[in-house]
Design a protein around this ligand. Structure first.
Ligand code: KG4
Ligand code: ZN
Length: 335
């Protein structure tokens, strides 16, 4: 059994094939980051057009990796949401059209659920380890999930404004780093040896598990305007800013684990590839008598990719969750 996965929720075109026996056998990705740098961010209309240009050549490459044995593909999983509607429609339309002509079913996939379960991709023969607390941290989402089972997720914390990744990207831009700047900002922060800039820890003492990051970004803007920027000052700002975000994320994860009594913490989404976040979460799990364990995917599978769509497609197909070809998209589809 093989599942072809199609990811086009935002600006990355991802095509992958997951094989029942051999796991991930091909993973093709085309990033639009150069286009985003040119326009200072993602332009939805242009992103959709780029997907249209890229998707067929990437599918051809993926099929080449299975010697064009189309008959071995059992179903096509495509990202149905959340995401940019034009981008989603490209993947859903191509996926459903191919499925129709190959006479196989489709599996509409929730992008956030795919991020959340990618950590299991490496050991796909093992049974799924539910329940767990999931921290979804991407460019558009910051959510704490009570993952009860594969079809039962409860959002128990969410950002009231900007996502953590969005705040990182916007502040990175103010420091002269091209979008998406989260990873580069983190590299800059590593060079700093002090925390002389003081940033607040928004909503850390609120009784709930929600977040707010837009104030942090405004705070960074003020500091940047009031200081003469050189490489040292820039790295000090980056460090203090990153520390503030990580402190809040770690604190709320700890709270969620204590509230639920769960031992497993899964981090997923682009920001989960942040090494300091991983280190601090591990430290928290060790020092808080929680005896918990942290799970995450390889960094290359934390940001958007087709592999996670083909893998979740595989899990759903095994459970009998698929449908006849249809174009089903929902730009605000919640996990
Ligand atoms: O999951 P993702 O690829 O796309 C969305 O679905 O949004 O996440 C992209 C986000 C961007 O904000 C990017 O700056 C951030 O992930 N990111 C990082 C790192 N790598 C990617 N943020 C902090 N540290 C990193 N190493
Ligand atoms: Zn994503």
């Amino acid at each position: 059994m093989r599942i072809l996965g199609i990811e086009t929720s935002c600006d990355d075109t991802g095509i992958a094939i997951f094989d029942e026996k051999n796991g991930l056998i091909t993973n093709q990705l085309n990033s639009q980051s150069q286009l985003n740098i040119k326009y200072g961010g993602i332009i939805p209309e242009l992103a959709a057009r780029k997907h249209l240009n890229n998707i067929i050549p990437l599918i051809r490459l993926a099929l080449y990796d299975i010697n064009n044995e189309i008959s071995t593909i059992s179903a096509i999983a495509y990202t149905a949401g959340p995401g940019l509607i034009g981008s989603l429609l490209v993947g859903a339309t191509i996926g459903s059209s191919l499925a129709y002509s190959w006479n196989i079913p489709v599996i509409p996939i929730n992008h956030m659920e795919a991020h959340l379960l990618t950590f299991m991709m490496k050991k796909f023969f093992n049974s799924i380890e539910f329940p767990f607390i999931g921290l979804l941290v991407s460019g558009k989402h910051t959510q704490i999930i009570n993952a009860i089972s594969m079809t039962n997720y409860k959002i128990i914390g969410t950002s009231m404004d900007d996502a953590a990744g969005e705040a990182l990207d916007k502040t990175a831009l103010l420091l002269g780093i091209n979008p998406p700047g989260g990873a580069q900002l983190s590299k800059l922060a590593e060079k700093s040896t002090n925390t002389k800039f003081v940033f607040p820890r928004p909503m850390i003492h609120h009784p709930n598990l929600n977040f707010s990051f837009s104030g942090l970004k405004t705070h960074a803007k003020k500091i940047i305007q009031n200081n003469k920027l050189n490489s040292k000052i820039k790295s000090d700002i980056a460090r203090s800013f990153e520390d503030a975000i990580i402190d809040v994320l770690v604190f709320k994860c700890k709270k969620a684990l204590i509230q639920t009594g769960y031992k497993r913490l899964v981090i997923a989404g682009g920001v989960s590839s942040n090494l300091k976040l991983r280190r601090e979460l591990k430290k928290m799990l060790k020092t808080c008598d929680l005896h918990g364990k942290l799970y995450y995917a390889d960094p290359k599978f934390c940001t958007d990719n087709g592999a996670m769509i083909s893998y979740l497609g595989f899990l759903k197909f095994k459970k009998g969750i698929f449908t006849s070809p249809k174009i089903q998209v929902n730009s605000t589809w919640s996990i």
